[in-house]
Design a protein around this ligand. Structure first.
Ligand SMILES: Nc1ncnc2c1ncn2[C@@H]1O[C@H](COP(=O)(O)OP(=O)(O)O)[C@@H](O)[C@H]1O
Ligand SMILES: [Mg+2]
Length: 285
């Protein structure tokens, strides 16, 4: 790399740092494979955070399969740039949302890009988007440990943590290990593992059926020596909510699955923000 190229990169990084300096906590969600519920977890954690009064943004870096816009009820809403230099995120349920889907001419257009182009897009999403002041930015990822999460973690060197989502089968260990090792390699703290699609209560007889077994995520967490954040049962209404673009936790707050999401969020917050610091005896700040 030439000297001027190196200097350019430094200036680029400074501009990016400056643009996201008012985002307090940045978290990235990973999984070994697709369809385990990453995007669903992102949407529901973000909604729960917003319901607690926190300001939240979601960055969807699943460039090839961006689902966040649809799950947040923003499908078909095109992005408008406020000026040539700035992207204004869309807003839904009080959450700022930026997804590749909003830049595509229609839902069926594929993105055919190699690594460097993906990195460039993600850099723009971070450096040229008017994120403003946020308590949390949740970054959704495609499955695996490819260009997208690598770019994100390199572009945000002070990333606060990785959350790994898995399903309960024995292969959870195999699937989670790569994500955990990826985080360790990049020196990003692992906040823990979520076991999703863990058990299903039959709505007719009330009995529990373990469609994908149970406990694999928890065992993986133990084995990999990272926190276990909790398990979310299968709830068919979660599929409907996602398809309808309505966060499950806001429509079905009383369900076991919604309470599980809330519990997972508390575990994450405890880890990220730490326990409240006692000021005087018996008081908390
Ligand atoms: N706990 C759950 N119960 C029922 N359906 C779920 C659950 N978690 C996710 N889903 C559904 O599974 C599908 C895949 O989830 P998604 O979040 O898109 O996974 P990923 O982002 O990991 O590919 C979606 O249709 C979603 O609604
Ligand atoms: Mg997804």
């Amino acid at each position: 790399m030439g000297k001027s190229e190196q200097a350019n990169q430094q200036t680029d990084q400074q501009a990016l740092d400056e643009n996201i300096k008012n985002i307090r906590y940045k978290l990235v969600i990973l999984s070994g494979k697709g369809g385990v519920g990453k995007s669903t977890v992102v949407v529901n954690l973000a909604t729960s955070l917003a319901r607690q009064g926190k300001s939240v943004g979601i960055l969807d870096t699943d460039l090839h399969g961006p689902n966040i816009a649809k799950m947040m009820g923003l499908e078909g809403t095109a992005m408008t740039a406020s000026s040539a230099e700035e992207i204004v995120p869309l807003e839904s349920h009080g959450i700022k949302v930026l997804s590749m889907a909003s830049f595509l001419p229609d839902a069926d257009s594929p993105v055919v890009w190699r690594g460097p182009l993906k990195m460039k897009a993600i850099r723009q999403f971070l450096a040229e988007t008017r994120w403003g002041t946020l308590d949390y930015l949740l970054v959704d990822s495609p499955p695996g440990t490819g260009d997208e999460p690598l770019s994100v973690c390199q572009l945000i060197p002070d990333m606060d943590g990785v959350i790994v989502v898995t399903t309960p089968q024995d292969v959870a260990l195999l699937d989670s290990r790569k994500s955990v090792n990826f985080a360790r390699l990049l020196k990003v703290p692992v906040l823990g593992i979520v076991e999703n699609m863990s058990g299903f209560t039959c709505p007719h007889c009330g009995k529990q059926i373990d469609l994908f077994k149970r406990g694999g995520g928890e065992r993986a967490a133990k084995e990999l020596n990272v926190p276990f954040l909790g398990r979310v049962p299968i709830d068919p209404r979660m599929v409907t909510s996602g398809d309808d673009g309505r966060p499950f936790v806001s429509d079905h707050g009383e369900t076991e699955a919604a309470r599980a999401m809330e519990g997972i969020l508390s575990n994450i917050l405890r880890n990220v923000e730490g326990a409240p610091v006692p000021t005087k005896e018996g008081e908390t700040a």
